[in-house]
Design a protein around this ligand. Sequence first.
Ligand code: SF4
Ligand code: SF4
Length: 343
Amino acid sequence: MRILKMQSKFLEAFLETMNKFGTLYGPTHKNGVLSYDQLESISDLVVTDEHPMIPIKKLFHPMRFTMMHFNEKGFTPDYSMIEKRVVLGVHPCEIHGLLILDDIFMRDPVDPYYAELRQNTAIVGFSCLPTENSFCQSTDTDIVEEGFDLFFVNLGEYYLVWVGTSLGHDMIYEREDFFDEDVTYDDIQKYVKWRYNRNNMFKKGFEFDSMPDIMELSYESEIWDKFAEICLSCGQCSMVCPTCNCYNVTDVFDITNETTGRRDRFWDSCMFVDYSLVAGGHNFRSSRADRLRLWYGHKLKTFGKNYGRPGCVGCGRCVETCPVEINVLTVSDALITREVPKK
Ligand code: SF4
Ligand code: SF4
């Protein structure tokens, strides 16, 4: 992989050129809330260690969209949301989250909507420092080696810039004069020191490697019932998790015509009581304990077994969001101690 150097003073001017490659998106303040949205100008980009509460998945697996229009003769897929895009300021855990979604949506049978959105979007990543609740070091998702076109590591006066794809090379050619090929021994030492310092800044973490086995041994554990007593089944944990990907579809008929309409797709959560409700009134997971065990089984065990990487990227959003403090940290702790924090 090619690594270059760019003085920090050139960042804004370089990012300005990115609109040649598509509509610009990135973390920005919308109604006072940090969120991934379209940028009217580069000055709208918010470069911060904080992350938007709704992760980048919303740009690839939208909260709600129309999949197709139908009538008595058949259907027409709706790809009107597809456009060339460049997402700026994407942190490593978000890129890992996308790689996980790729494993789910891009394997046979491919989800054409996700695939189109992904293939038409460039990713320009930025390094970040740990926040109050992030623990991506524990899930090995604090560093990225793939899944981006360019990745900028902020070393103060300058950035080290990883070029990940041929599109990334094309982006660099826009302002080749900003970049320096000469990455010296001192630069590498500075980068190593940056990583060392950052590793020591994490305030939270857990022993992820032992979790698949502990989950396996805890299927019948009483902690699921204890957490179920306080869980509200609100589904917030699923909405904010970069790797949660469940959805539902519904047909919406035109008011004036019973044979024409559209099919919409929207986020769903296995934490909702009706998620596993099937015809005949049977519900495979009617109890909150079963739903919690499923959710944490995916994050801590099953995904790694099926896809070779953890289902949690350590972003800490569930820590910030759950109103009753059920999250990866409290659950993994309770799996070991058998103690559920009182709420
Ligand atoms: S674990 Fe927390 S965020 Fe998730 S459904 Fe239960 S109460 Fe809501
Ligand atoms: S389980 Fe929690 S910490 Fe892990 S990726 Fe999901 S929201 Fe982030």
